[in-house]
Design a protein around this ligand. Sequence first.
Ligand SMILES: *Cc1c(COP(=O)(O)O)cnc(C)c1O
Length: 356
Amino acid sequence: MSLIENIIRPEIRSLSAYHVPDSAGFVKLDAMENPYTLSEDLKQQLAQRLSEVAMNRYPVPSYTALKQAICGKLGVPAGYEVVLGNGSDELIAMISVACAKPGAKVLAPLPGFVMYAMSARFAGLEFVGVPLAADLSLDKEAMLAAIAEHRPAIVYLAYPNNPTGNLFDKGAMLEIIAAVGDTGMVVVDEAYQPFAQDSFMPLLPQFDNLLVMRTVSKLGLAGIRLGYMSGSAALMAEFEKVRPPYNINVLTQAAAEFVLQHVDVLDAQAAQLREQRGKLATALAALPKVKVFPSAANFLLIRVENAEQVFAKLLEHKILVKNVGKMHSLLENCLRVTVSTPEENAALLDALAASL
Ligand SMILES: *Cc1c(COP(=O)(O)O)cnc(C)c1O
């Protein structure tokens, strides 16, 4: 046996590393980033703040001021605490580690966010994927049957879902939360909440097994890596134990505290993107043989006749989107495109019209 076979777990050896394509020189519409930045004035103020940060000191791991800003500005119900993560990716990893009892399972609809399955495997949990219905809605009966069969410790429901962009039926989700009961918890992933304008956060007091997870990434701060989650105090106390104590660095902490004081700027950007989403959807649907799926996120899922070919032609036009056509049979010939500025959306439309 080789060194690698001796020491690395087979389920890790069989994976490939998360691939991020080089986007230099491209109009980047593949990763749901917010195209807008802060004003020059706010950038100056932020630079001043960051220059005063004590980078020689460890962060204070209670993160009291940052947590207060998040709870106060982002709709966390009164009396609820948040646990912070280095992006929600780290929160997902923390949840997996804390719940990785022998034989424990993670369940989520497919196609869905890939990190749920990846993180489950990293932690030695079994992942159960339940296909969505043909129209990409939640297959409630299949979900309830799979929950009864597998009794998962963790169920992930992204609201809205990535890569499909739709909001699942809220009533069906509530039935799932009830069916999971006290043998598991339901994590509602609201990464796209600023674009959905609907949330399970206000429902936290009704369900002990509900956890709501969010990130500032899609809101315009993907680079600083900050996610947060909230749920019952008892659950949060357990997840705090597996959180690396200094996981939010002092620059992220200072930047987030500053930007949250100006959250109206990010809200206005989200409103612009929601407006652009409607315009882009209409324009895309007017192209020949393009189907646009409904979206409550800052991206659109579209179906074309030959996604492979269209994706390659868009690359020639220096437009980078995500080809999700091979991800799941329900997504055959589908591309996922980020909603961006009017200029970048127009560039996408022109290139797409020339690529079909
Ligand atoms: C982008 C995304 C995340 C990841 O967020 P980070 O905070 O940047 O790690 C989580 N969940 C879903 C559904 C996403 O699309």
